[in-house]
Write a protein of this length. Structure first.
Length: 249
């Protein structure tokens, strides 16, 4: 099992497209509505294994103010306006699609950010702070951006956002801390660091691929019915994320 998970994690660049295609095929053939119940458990599975090795004191400590400030400046000072401009260029006659592009630029990806940071062996504690701050700021700022730039009123369920933060960040963090402390007491710190520590992130792969599969299955019928519409979205989205990546880097 460890070998299979390790192989999938090592080849995510191929595993993710395969799961996307499998989700589209399943959603096109059967009713995928029952899969909605899996979104929260899969999101939890995606984040929880990454939290087991997390040092909670690193999240609570400061010292990364610069990267947090730059992140939120990118999130709310640059990318939304670039996305708005892209919407004016590519979707001038489709205001709803342009609004969707703006919303995509304003609201972060929550648990995905934490998991992909872990896969990249990055700073998970910084990613957690970025996620929580970004979700809160995005929830508060999005209605104002939408009204100011698009003349549209967008209601954001703040209670739902805070509940999501608890489920995808704080609960996995708490259970990860309890899991790590319990395992160290049972097997010893040396055994934990030598044999167990490196195995947990592989389980996040199952959550990531599961979320990708479910997301594509739930939208499969729309994708199959209007494939050219989907293709028309790819170029502006590719430009948006490429610019975001280059500026952030």
């Amino acid at each position: 099992m460890w070998k299979v998970l390790g192989f999938i994690q090592k080849h995510l660049v191929w595993s993710v497209p395969v799961c996307m295609l499998a989700g589209i095929m399943m959603g096109a053939l059967v009713n995928p509505s029952a899969l909605k119940a899996l979104i929260v458990p899969l999101t939890f599975l995606m984040v929880y294994p990454m939290m087991i090795n997390l040092q909670v004191q690193e999240v609570l400590s400061g010292g990364d103010y610069k990267v947090q400030l730059v992140t939120q400046l990118m999130n709310f000072g640059i990318v939304p306006f670039f996305a708005f401009g892209m919407g004016r260029v590519f979707f001038a006659d489709q205001p709803i699609v342009a609004l969707g592009l703006l919303l995509a630029s304003l609201l972060p990806t929550s648990g995905m950010t934490i998991s992909w940071t872990g896969f990249a062996r990055g700073n998970i504690s910084a990613a957690i702070k970025m996620t929580v701050i970004g979700l809160i700021l995005g929830s508060v700022a999005t209605p104002f951006y939408a009204k100011w730039l698009m003349g549209t009123v967008v209601e954001i369920p703040l209670a739902g956002i805070f509940r999501q933060i608890v489920i995808i960040v704080f609960l996995p963090m708490l259970l990860g801390f309890v899991t790590r402390v319990s395992l160290i007491r049972i097997v010893g710190e040396r055994q934990y660091h030598q044999n167990l520590k490196r195995k947990f992130p592989a389980f996040s792969t199952l959550g990531v691929l599961g979320i990708v599969f479910v997301a594509m299955a739930l939208k499969a019928k729309d994708i199959v019915a209007n494939p050219m519409v989907l293709l028309s979205f790819l170029l502006p989205l590719a430009i948006l994320y490429a610019v975001n990546f280059l500026l952030s880097t």
